[in-house]
Design a protein around this ligand. Sequence first.
Ligand SMILES: NC(=O)C1=CN([C@@H]2O[C@H](COP(=O)(O)OP(=O)(O)OC[C@H]3O[C@@H](n4cnc5c(N)ncnc54)[C@H](OP(=O)(O)O)[C@@H]3O)[C@@H](O)[C@H]2O)C=CC1
Ligand SMILES: O=C(O)C(=O)Cc1ccc(O)cc1
Length: 439
Amino acid sequence: MEVPVEELKKEFQIGIIGFGDMGRLYAERFSQAGWIVNVCDRKENFETVKERCEGTNINALQDGFEVSRKSDYILYSVESEYLDRIVGMYGPATKVGSIVGGQSSCKSPEIRAFEKYLPKDVEIISCHSMHGPRVNPQSQPLVIIRHRAKDRSFEIVKEILSCLQSSVVFLTAEEHDRITADTQAVTHAAFLAMGMAWRANNQYPWDINRWCGGIENIKMNLSMRIYSSKWHVYAGLAILNPDARKQIKQYATSVTELFKLAISGKAQEFENRVRNAGKFVFGEENNGASSGLLLSDELLDQYSISNVPNDKSVGNSHLSILAIVDSWWKLGIHPQKHMICSTPLFRLWVGVSEYVFCNPDLLTSCIYTATKHNEFCPDDLEFVLSARSWSEHVEQGDFENYKKQFVKIQDYFRPRFEEATKVGNAMIKKLLENLKRTA
Ligand SMILES: NC(=O)C1=CN([C@@H]2O[C@H](COP(=O)(O)OP(=O)(O)OC[C@H]3O[C@@H](n4cnc5c(N)ncnc54)[C@H](OP(=O)(O)O)[C@@H]3O)[C@@H](O)[C@H]2O)C=CC1
Ligand SMILES: O=C(O)C(=O)Cc1ccc(O)cc1
């Protein structure tokens, strides 16, 4: 770089529009690294933003106009659904010759909005941290999208983002959206459907002894993690990403078709389909590229939010897991190949699927429970309905009903979020440490 970084930090200003969970994470990290940081949220929230910036070097500004006029690298960190409108509002005011990017989870609409509203002299370099605000960015994937930028600007943005200590991946917007549809969107669909099915059966899964221990802990913790977060994050990345609709629909179809085979006495067809899917995803002898998670019951048993004693003798059909592997097979996806651009949730989901499919006794027991046991039918039936319902909202681009459904289930589980978050964080930390050791 022509100007030494320490000199650049004295004059180059970073602007963040949207001082929510991710905007705050970025502002704090950049400011701690010595950059000048200007932030704003909606104008009505100015006093709150100012209070939150007290005691820091972060400059609270009134609105996106002020941030856009002053800053040299402006990042939009707002709800994806409103991004087009918000860029339309502040974009034309962007400082001459500056760089603009966004943190939204789906990049094609973001880039389209930038192209539509930004002056032609403004460069575009976007990014996406592949983790939530409660996760340390260190070593987590960070996608950088150089859409329209000079070499110098690209170097500056890489330098700015380097303080996150994330593992950088360079992609185009299209590549990013294809991969995140395979990874994030369909993973969320599965955990959203689990929560919805538990509520529909009026169950808190941690109170029921056939749902304790091992991978049940992962299912509960991750489902609670999603429901304790903001609905718009999940709605945005599913509804706005056209590839995601296809993936989520395939997941709902896989769940439905497997359930129909299971309840209509077609046990052999069910078994063949599940085993073929497993061979495609994990290899003939389960020797496909491993996710490296090496989950074990002993490890997972430590992270329970249940007080009910663990009764391992009761099987579970794990329809949610059989169906994800089936849908990867139907869509020709090898999830292990997406690890460079994966979220912690996705890595755990692949780890859980691998655990079931690469453990012959467990897989046989799932097949047996699904096809020969009636005990799980009511649970699986609700799971089928739930997977279909989420898929329909996404397919119809229906933010309003997505929100209603999400919030209703969120309210049902709310009393357990505090504990589930603590246990879930510890579990994720441990499992990801495991992943690092084996990678
Ligand atoms: N949370 C996550 O796990 C991740 C989220 N992302 C993406 O990051 C983006 C932000 O998400 P997140 O931080 O979680 O969401 P938040 O809801 O916490 O933050 C968004 C903020 O933008 C504010 N906002 C809305 N309109 C304007 C406006 N006109 N001007 C300025 N600010 C405005 C919102 O205010 P108000 O609430 O008052 O409307 C809110 O404070 C989303 O696109 C999301 O997809 C990316 C990676 C991870
Ligand atoms: O790990 C996950 O999938 C999460 O749920 C957190 C998350 C949400 C949105 C993103 O764009 C990135 C990460």
